[in-house]
Design a protein around this ligand. Structure first.
Ligand code: GAF
Length: 389
């Protein structure tokens, strides 16, 4: 994986090659891992992500007229769009996460100048680490700076989410964009997605002799497909059946009895996952906030995984095998992170045992004939920002 400084160099060189002279500036926005609280964000619930030191670099310059020209190192191509022509339900592919930001800005009455952009990422794509939010938030931060919109972090995140929901067509919540914007070194963010309140909680595992491993199953995941979209639909139906505005409003006390009144077994399980996972965020937040031993969150990570596997049904066999293997290899707890249907498992491990745990995961994957997983140690890092210019 290239570090961010190397990524900046290659992105600026690509900009000069593609567009003939230097960019006005270079911006970076990170991806994230979510510690706990999955698919709770579009139910007005709680989430607990950290921003990663990995993400997307964008080199940007304003241009005359309302055109967008974007070079992507990953895609190996330059594409363009007239901002006035961007609209929902177009098949824009990766360009949607850039052009969609301009569209979202226009919806808010902001004047969006044309841009030349060169971009590159050091985050694995499609691994559930929010490569798309890092692209939309990096773009939105740059656009806001260059156009003088003077937007808050929450507004930047909202532009990114609108681009993803309306132009890319993925009906996601706002966790990934908020994490990308508000990340802070050494902190996890406990986010109330109803009030959009971000509480920074100290998260320094190294000081406690622990590491957070991120292990990519290499089973690809995609949010712009039916499986992810089915979950918000089911959750809305479940909330309706329970007579609450959102699943967030269902009390944990007496949950079995409340859910027992639901006529649909499927919706009951969907609701139980959301309500219990949101509650687990609060429990983990309290442990970390009180300076408690983070090893105590291990069980909650495992419970969250079981809930995603059995109730919400968003895990897949390569991910379940990984999760079980890393716990078997000594992790205090582990769970899939992100939207699901593939992607990464996070594992809380004693520092010094990382290699053994990764090897355990690789052996288990090989035994099942799955792709070889790859792991790295995650550190909580800063959010979207201007790097140069
Ligand atoms: C994806 C979505 F983009 C987020 O909004 C969130 O729903 C997550 O899946 C699951 O927690 O990353």
């Amino acid at each position: 994986m290239k570090d961010v400084a190397a990524l900046v160099d290659s992105t600026v060189s690509a900009f000069v090659t593609e567009f003939g002279s230097d960019p006005e500036g270079v911006w970076f926005a990170p991806g994230r891992v979510n510690l706990i609280g999955e698919h709770t964000d579009y139910n007005d619930g709680f989430v607990l992500p950290i921003a990663l030191p990995l993400g997307t670099v964008v080199a940007v310059r304003r241009r005359q007229g309302g055109e967008l020209r974007v070079h992507s190192a990953e895609a190996g191509e330059t594409r363009s769009a007239r901002l006035a022509d961007v609209a929902p339900e177009q098949e824009l592919g990766w360009l949607a996460y850039v052009a969609g930001v301009g569209w979202a800005a226009a919806q808010r009455g902001l004047e969006a100048p044309g841009l030349d952009i060169s971009l590159a990422a050091n985050l694995p794509q499609g691994a559930g680490l929010s490569s798309s939010a890092s692209l939309s938030c990096g773009t939105a931060t740059a656009w806001s700076d260059l156009a003088g919109w003077e937007l808050s972090g929450d507004d930047i995140a909202a532009l990114g989410r609108t681009a993803e929901n309306e132009i890319a067509g993925a009906p996601t919540g706002v966790m990934d964009q908020l994490a990308s914007v508000h990340g802070r070194v050494g902190h996890a963010m406990q986010i109330d997605t109803r009030s959009i309140t971000v509480e920074q909680i100290p998260f320094d595992l190294a000081a406690q002799g622990l590491s957070l491993l991120v292990i990519d199953s290499r089973a690809p995941h995609a949010l712009v497909d039916g499986e992810y979209a089915e979950r918000p639909t089911s959750c809305r139906e479940a909330a309706l059946m329970l007579g609450v505005p959102a699943l967030r409003d269902v009390p944990l006390d007496g949950l079995d009895e409340t859910l027992g009144r639901m006529r649909s077994e499927l919706l009951r399980r969907r609701a139980r996952h959301v309500i219990t996972d949101s509650a687990r965020v609060i429990e983990v937040g309290e442990i970390l906030q009180d300076g408690g031993d983070p090893r105590r969150i291990g069980k909650l990570l495992n419970d969250s995984h079981a809930s995603m596997r059995d109730d919400f049904e968003i895990t897949v066999p390569p991910v379940d095998v990984l999760q079980a293997a890393v716990v078997e290899a000594g992790a205090h707890g582990a769970r899939m992170t992100g939207g699901g249907f593939g992607g990464c498992v996070i594992a809380l491990v004693e520092t010094g045992t990382e290699d053994d745990v990764i090897k355990g995961a690789q052996r288990a994957a090989a035994d099942h004939g799955f792709a070889e997983p790859a792991g790295f140690v995650a550190q909580a890092a800063d959010g979207a920002r201007r790097l140069t210019g």
